[in-house]
Design a binder for this molecule. Sequence first.
Ligand code: CA2
Length: 148
Amino acid sequence: MSRLVYVLNGPNLNLLGKREPHIYGVETLADVERACRARANELRLELHFYQSNREYELIDWIHEARGRAGGIVINPAAYTHTSVALLDALNAFEGPVIEVHVSNIHKREEFRHHSYVSLRADGVIAGCGAQGYELALLRLAKLIDQKA
Ligand code: CA2
């Protein structure tokens, strides 16, 4: 099984660490990427790390991952709660998918409690801050190793 993992980040996550630190912490997306790359090295994973504010770009990366990547880590941000299109794209991906949220969406407004992406995700990590991404990589590495 491929050890290539796509880490996909949805809208406004480019602002991570720059605004609302009481909700999202102080680590920037660049910090998250650095931590993911260090962890991926240890786990012998290759990373494609992307962020977009455009739904279609996230969908195109999921399509690109088909037949190529061993797994996907995705923080769909606000599209979590709205996007059937992202769910459909993930349903067409054959490998494991781990959904990550920096904040605990279940402790927040009611509209954040529902996730379309969770209907497809093999695992969901919420409320663990930026560390959630590393936890997701750990889980994907285990799933990839089990299938090897
Ligand atoms: O907790 C998460 O990771 C979220 O996916 C973040 C999304 C939010 O819509 C989800 O409900 C939960 C928001 C990402 C925007 O991030 C910002 C960071 C700093 C300042 C403003 C937005």
